[in-house]
Structures are given as C-alpha cells and as structure tokens.
Design a protein around this ligand. Structure first.
Ligand code: L34
Length: 286
C-alpha cells in the first residue's frame, strides 16, 4: 500500500501560511497583495481553474481582479490589458490563463507581462533565472509537485528522477528543480526509445504527458514516489491523471491522486508567488 500524497491537505497548509503572512503584511505595512487573472474565451476547464484561483485569493486575503474576455478578443486587445495591469500598482501578480484562443500568440502575451508581476514564472527572464538557480518565484505546477515530493520526507539528492514530458510549463522546469536538489534527472518524451526501461529506473517519477492512464504498472519501480501532473477529462466527465492509479498504487511507496494532488498545489503556489511578488514590489524583506 502506497502512502497517498494528499495535495488538498498540503495546499491547505501552504495557503494557511500565506494567509498569516498576508495578515502581517496588511497590519505592518498596509499592503494587500493583488492578483489579476485574465481568462479569454469559454473553455470550461479553464473556467474551473480560474474560479479556484479566485476562491484561493479570498481565502488568503488577497484582492483578486478577474478579467473575462470574449473568445474573439484580439492579441492587441489582450496586450493592451496586460500593459494596463503592468502599470497598476494594486496589481502585484498577473496571470493569463492558458490556453488562449488561436488568434492570440501566447508567447507574445507572456513576453509582455512585467517579469516582476509574472507569478506563473513563464517570462523568458524568469525562465532564465530558474536555469541558473537565481529566482524569486518558480512556476506553480512544478513548485507544487516539489512540495508534494518534500511532504513524503524522501530526500531528492542522489536519487534517480525521471520526468515524462518536456513542456516549457511543466516538464522542463520540473527537471530543473529536481536538478537543483541534486537529483539525477532524465527527461523522457515521445521520441524516447524503450520508455519503460527508463522510467523503471526512477526513484521519483513525475508524469506530465497529458494522456490518461499513460503510466502503467510495468513502467514503475517497486517503491518509487509517483507524482501525477496530468489532468485529463474522460468522456464521462471524470478527471483522470497520466498514471493508471489502480495498477501503479500497489507498487509505489507514495503516489498523488487526481484530482486532489498536484492541481490544488498549483493554486497554493500561485498564492505564495503573488505574496512574494507583492513584497518584492514594495521592497519588503521580512
Ligand atoms: N497561465 N495557465 C496559466 N497558469 C497556470 O498555472 C495554468 N494551469 C494549468 C492550465 N493553464 C494555466 C493551471 O492553473 C493547469 N492549472 C490547473 C489549476 C488548478 C487545477 C487544475 C489545473 C485544479 O484545481 N485541479 C483540481 C480539480 C479541478 C476540477 O475539478 O476540474 C484537482 O484536484 O486536481
């Protein structure tokens, strides 16, 4: 029986800590962190995630500013909003929920967000800082996954870590965070030959592929820590991860569920990043 890594419980702890620090920031300095979340179009999954972010803002005591723009919004219009938010002192963090509709180039949007307010840590300046280990915030999903690994008490240093998936928002930064912790890191992807032989070496296995039940029991080493970043919606409307949970769970020493694993952590780390951004913008170091 694997230890079930409870993302909801760990995220609640992180949010409680952020709430207390926010209270102190308000009392001592009169500063309330503000997060602007921009959603373009009507993707139902994005809608759920953005609502969860808004609720989290309320729970920790932030101001939240939501901008719901229509599906046909042009890139120029979105860039204009980003510029307005960049200049707004009440807004400490800016997040444009991805994906954006196809007429908008997400790179252009990410590049336009002020790096100091880029609480996703997607801007090239922040990505570069992460690469050299000189960062003030980390991308929320990999940072959340790392908190979940830490919650198991397992030491990353020296361990074999395998990340499946090489996206800019999860796979690549996840590998970098594990490397910063002195893991021995391998990134696998669609062109990897004999994938199972590589993933079977992993003491820590992170799945970020975006395919339901992709990781099967034969791909997992006995006693591995398994972190499932996938959120796939099945035809019956149910959420399901990248890991075949029922088959893999008996082999793992610890495993995250979906839902209730990495998803809630993404949001908790967003709260932490927004607090960090607010403090930095006001030159507060305590
Ligand atoms: N800009 N775009 C930007 N930043 C992000 O950090 C995200 N991401 C990903 C999609 N696009 C983004 C999110 O917010 C994924 N993501 C996200 C956030 C929250 C949850 C899942 C994904 C979440 O709350 N998951 C719940 C279940 C929610 C449900 O019922 O659908 C869970 O327990 O996993």
């Amino acid at each position: 029986m694997a230890q079930l890594i409870d993302g909801k419980a760990v995220s609640a702890k992180v949010k409680e800590q952020v709430r207390l620090e926010t209270q102190a920031l308000i009392e001592k300095h009169g500063i309330t962190p503000g997060l602007a979340v921009v959603i373009v179009g009507n993707d139902p999954a994005s809608r759920v995630y953005v609502n969860n972010k808004k609720k989290a803002c309320e729970a920790v005591g932030f101001k939240s500013f939501e901008y719901a723009l229509p599906e046909e919004t042009t890139q120029e219009e979105l860039l204009e909003l980003v510029e307005t938010l960049n200049a707004d002192p009440n807004v400490n963090g800016i997040l444009v929920q991805l994906p954006v509709p196809k007429q908008i180039d997400d790179k252009a949007i990410i590049n336009a967000i002020s790096p100091a307010k880029d609480v996703d840590a997607f801007h090239p300046e922040n990505v570069g800082r992460i690469m050299i280990g000189d960062y003030s915030f980390l991308p929320c999903t990999p940072a959340g996954a790392m908190e979940l690994i830490d919650s198991t008490g397992i030491e990353v240093a020296g361990k074999r870590c395998v990340v499946i998936g090489r996206s800019n928002i999860v796979g690549k930064p996840m590998a970098m965070l594990l490397l910063h912790r002195s893991g021995t890191v391998t990134i696998c992807h669609s062109r990897t030959q004999d994938l199972a032989s590589v993933t079977r070496e992993a003491d820590i296995l992170v799945a970020a592929v975006g395919r339901a039940n992709f990781v099967t029991a034969d791909m997992v080493k006995e006693g591995a820590v398994v972190i499932d970043v996938g959120i796939n919606r099945l035809e019956n409307g149910k959420l399901c991860g990248d890991v075949d949970f029922a088959a893999v769970e008996p082999k793992a020493c610890a495993i995250t569920p979906v839902p209730g694993g990495v998803g809630p952590m993404t949001i908790a780390m967003l709260m932490r990043n927004t607090l960090t951004a607010a403090k930095a913008q006001h030159g507060i170091t305590d």
